[in-house]
Design a binder for this molecule. Structure first.
Ligand code: UDP
Ligand code: MG
Length: 344
């Protein structure tokens, strides 16, 4: 028996295996195309047609997993009806609107292929680019991201915030791609099975993948203006992206060692508080000065209290981090492969 560690079975992998593909009867498709959908009924017929014609022309077997994220324009009804007719479509209807990240995550759980492609339902991404992404993935990458070189969105409210966000994310995450916001991406399924998505973290999938040790690259893809309906996001997403960025930054650097950041901050705060307090004590005892009315006294107390709190917070974070990893059987590392010639 080899004595190295066996791969941990992730709950979502098990879920996957239980969902037999209705399409190929026992044989898994080459690719699962995951599409999150909120009110896109006009685009759907064209989208399904575009995906199936491209993939069929490239002789790829596929399944389309359309996740309806609480649409109110009849998208869900259309999908359910189509799923009765088409053999290449799985319609997953969520009970309410949970947001794009949750919709994508649901799609990942119902995908059965070894390769997953995600794209938007609004026809802004071009399904004709999928084979190109798959070919790139075959070169040995775990994630291939689309790069909308010729982006068709408003300049001020979309392109500028996106440029700044991309610049910040690039600096913060050390994943050097141009366009984090592009939904058109191809992944190895085992990569997304390992990732837990929350909030609006779908934008940070490359960064999360990087934390999981993935090999990431990008290729230019086409981009079109929205033909129907409106974007589901406004300028307010900029703030949410910034907050998510902080989360990712923390996770990337300190997920397994929160005490290193909180402990350090606590220590700095406590030492400076203590320094000021000693100085004030010296003034009072040696020079017999009044210190009760000095703002410095308040600062000293504030720094000391904050320091102790940060310290305790760090300890709690350490406990939480251990619970996070150990309760889910999540090792703190990811093995790409194990090669051994002679293992006893
Ligand atoms: N979407 C979703 N749930 C939401 C918001 C959006 O499933 O709560 C889907 C939407 O239908 C589209 C994709 O996510 O397929 C991207 O949304 P959108 O095109 O509005 O974003 P943008 O391209 O403007 O960034
Ligand atoms: Mg869009």
């Amino acid at each position: 028996m080899p004595n190295y560690q066996l791969p941990i079975i992730n709950p979502s992998t098990t879920l996957r295996a239980n969902h037999q593909s209705p399409i190929t009867n026992h044989q898994l498709p080459d690719v699962s195309v995951v599409v999150p959908i909120k009110d896109e009924v006009e685009s759907l017929p064209l989208l399904l047609e575009a995906i199936s014609s491209t993939l069929t022309a490239n002789e790829l077997s596929y399944e389309i997993i359309c996740v309806d994220d609480g649409s109110s324009d009849g998208s869900a009804e259309f999908l359910k009806e189509q799923a009765q007719i088409r053999t290449d479509l799985k319609a997953v209807i969520l009970r309410r609107n949970y947001g794009q990240t949750a919709a994508m995550s649901a799609g990942f759980n119902y995908a059965t292929a070894k390769v997953i492609v995600t794209l938007d339902a609004d026809l802004q991404n071009d399904p004709a680019d999928i084979p190109m992404l798959l070919a790139k993935l075959e070169e040995g990458y775990d994630l291939v991201s689309g790069w909308r070189q010729n982006r068709q969105d408003g300049a001020v409210n979309r392109l500028l915030p996106s440029k700044i966000a991309n610049w910040l994310i690039r600096g913060a995450t050390s994943v050097y791609i141009h366009d984090y916001g592009c939904s058109l991406k191809a992944y190895r399924a085992e990569l997304v099975a390992d990732m837990n998505l929350y909030g609006e973290l779908h934008r940070f999938l490359p960064a999360l993948a990087y934390i999981e040790g993935a090999r990431i690259t990008e290729i230019p893809v086409s981009h079109h203006a929205r033909r129907f309906g409106q974007s589901k996001y406004g300028i307010s997403r900029t703030f949410r992206v910034l907050m998510d960025l902080l989360t990712i930054l923390f996770m990337k650097k300190f997920l397994t060692r929160p005490m290193h950041v909180f402990g350090l901050l606590g220590l700095i705060s406590m030492v400076s508080g203590l320094g000021i307090a000693i100085y004030l004590t010296f003034l009072k005892l040696v020079w017999a000065e009044m210190i009760g009315n000095r703002p410095l006294l308040i600062l000293a107390v504030l720094l000391l209290v904050t320091g102790v709190q940060l310290f305790c917070f760090g300890l709690l974070a350490e406990l939480l981090m251990r619970t996070y990893h150990e309760s889910q059987g999540r090792p703190i590392y990811r093995v790409r492969e194990v090669v051994a010639k002679n293992v006893k």
